[in-house]
Design a protein around this ligand. Structure first.
Ligand SMILES: Nc1nc2c(ncn2[C@@H]2O[C@H](COP(=O)(O)OP(=O)(O)OP(=O)(O)O)[C@@H](O)[C@H]2O)c(=O)[nH]1
Length: 490
């Protein structure tokens, strides 16, 4: 990951007490602000489409561990008194305090336990990756919100705050609302904090949440399409009051996934959050209470799919890296033996169909053992890398350089007849002779065995012929010449 935008990234745990105090005040203010916003988005007294503070609580426990407990307990108690202020529950302040403490214990206990469990599960992996972190987060986040719902209902019931409320009808919307808050907002909060606190990064499984400036207009366009489509569906739902229309919101997974697959993770998380906020605002403004469960499920499904989608670009990059490794020699980047002969078979078929020539060369570095023995294996490795780098620019688009093993390489030269192959080999020998290698005073040289495939010759037969020519050329070298003495091979 690159350094943070402020250039002052720090370890969250190792900050000064004053900074920690300010951070807790900030957490309390942010939580209460989110709580108030969720009450403004209420569709009925005490009923909101989602509960954004749950996302912040889960993120805070992930970041701060049990140190988040006091601040979040304060939030729960203040929110309980605020409920009384907004809805005039008629409870005495002692009863409200009791209710606030019980609710706080249920809420904080559930999310603290969830965050602790999630961190433990992620830390058991040596290198956490997005495909592992995302499903764990979705599973543990959903279970923690279910636990917060059941214990929260029990707490408020014990405190007498749910008198006359049908509990059976309450638990599902409460759970889905909390779950939407966690699934939608926790990754965004943790991602935002990762800008400054790099110790968060392992939980992101390699995701980079730093903001990027490029392609902002394209992102704004995609966002506009997604939010406009959402608004149209919800306005239509308000007009016709039909469940079929409300279910249409699930189709908006398409523009959201479009954003997830084509934009950086931070923009995707932001888009999922904006989508959820707008949904909650429309439900409240248009009074779509009958369809609220449909919209709640849509939020959860779209957010969960979106975060799963985060894994796709990282899986693609991982696949690319793996196939690179499977097909190429790690040291020199030349094709490995298996890939070289597969490609050679394919090209042989093509050139034979078109009646075109195909040449094959085997080459071996001269006195490589002496180079290793005199200058060390590091210099030997460098010589192999430089050899390949020197040859590549002279090769054509269809030519392929492969490593047979040790200091022996292969060249496949489609559409080159014997004369053209010979000319190319001369150019390559010159490039190798001109090549300075770091750590060595003398220059390299290589011996080639070149053949052009005959009409019915197989690749194995051609390779044997080229290898025999290489051996013959090696034997013909003057034996006194050695690079250590500064001499060059022909
Ligand atoms: N540095 C390095 N050395 C390697 C590698 N693979 C094989 N070798 C060494 O390459 C040398 C191969 O030497 P040969 O080709 O048998 O002998 P040579 O000195 O090149 O002799 P001629 O081919 O007759 O010029 C051995 O010393 C191997 O240990 C590698 O990846 N890196």
């Amino acid at each position: 990951m690159q350094p943070g935008i402020s250039g002052q990234r720090q370890d969250w745990a190792e900050s000064r007490p004053a900074t920690r105090g300010l951070r807790h005040v900030g957490l309390i203010l942010a939580w209460l602000l989110l709580w108030r916003l969720s009450t403004l988005m209420e569709i009925a007294p005490h009923a909101s489409l989602w509960f954004p503070p749950a996302g912040l609580s889960f993120a805070a426990f992930l970041m701060l561990g049990r140190r988040a407990f006091p601040a979040l307990m304060v939030c729960a108690i203040v929110a309980t008194f605020w409920v009384d202020h907004l809805y005039a529950t008629g409870l005495a302040w002692r009863e409200l305090l009791y209710a606030g403490v019980l609710f706080g214990l249920a809420h904080c206990g559930s999310y603290a336990l969830g965050a602790w469990g999630l961190k433990r599960l992620i830390r058991t992996r040596d290198v956490p990756s997005v495909p592992v972190v995302v499903p764990l987060f979705l599973l543990v986040g959903s279970l923690a919100s279910l636990c917060a719902t059941l214990t929260g209902i029990a707490a408020l019931q014990t405190a007498g705050m749910l008198a006359g409320v049908a509990i059976r009808a309450l638990w599902l919307p409460w759970w889905v609302g909390d779950m939407a808050g966690v699934l939608v907002l926790t990754p965004l909060f943790v991602g935002l904090l990762s800008w400054r606190y790099p110790d968060v990064e392992p939980w992101l499984g390699g995701l980079n949440f730093l903001p990027s400036a490029g392609g902002l207009c394209a992102f704004a366009g995609k966002l506009l399409i997604s939010l406009t489509a959402l608004s149209l569906i919800m306005l239509l739902d308000a007009h016709v009051h039909s469940p079929e229309v409300a279910f249409g919101v699930f189709f908006l997974i398409i523009p959201q996934m479009w954003i997830v697959y084509t934009e950086p993770p931070f923009r995707s998380a932001l888009s999922i959050a904006l989508f959820s906020i707008l949904t909650a605002l429309w439900v409240a403004a248009l009074g779509l209470i009958e369809q609220s469960l449909t919209y709640q499920f849509a939020l959860c499904v779209i957010a969960a799919s979106g975060y799963f989608g985060f894994a796709v670009p990282s899986l693609l990059a991982q696949n690319r890296r793996l196939s690179e490794r499977a097909l190429h020699d790690e040291l020199t980047g030349a094709a490995n033996r298996g890939y070289f002969f597969d490609y050679a078979e394919e090209k042989l078929g093509e050139t034979r169909r078109r009646d075109e020539p195909l040449s094959l060369a085997v080459l071996d570095l001269d006195y490589f053992k002496t180079i290793n023995d005199t200058h060390g294996h590091d210099v030997g490795d460098r010589a192999l890398i430089d050899l390949c780098m020197a040859m590549r620019p002279a090769l054509g688009r269809d030519d392929l350089l492969g490593r047979f093993g040790g200091d022996e390489f292969l060249l496949l030269l489609p559409n080159r007849n014997a004369e053209q192959a010979r000319q190319l080999v001369e150019r390559l020998q010159q490039r190798i002779r001109d090549l300075p290698v770091a750590g060595m005073q003398h220059h390299l040289s290589a011996t080639f065995g070149v053949v052009t495939l005959e009409r019915h010759e197989t690749l194995t037969q051609a390779f044997k012929r080229a290898d025999a020519r290489l051996l013959k050329a090696k034997q013909a070298r003057p034996s006194v010449h050695s690079p250590v003495k500064g001499a060059r091979s022909p």
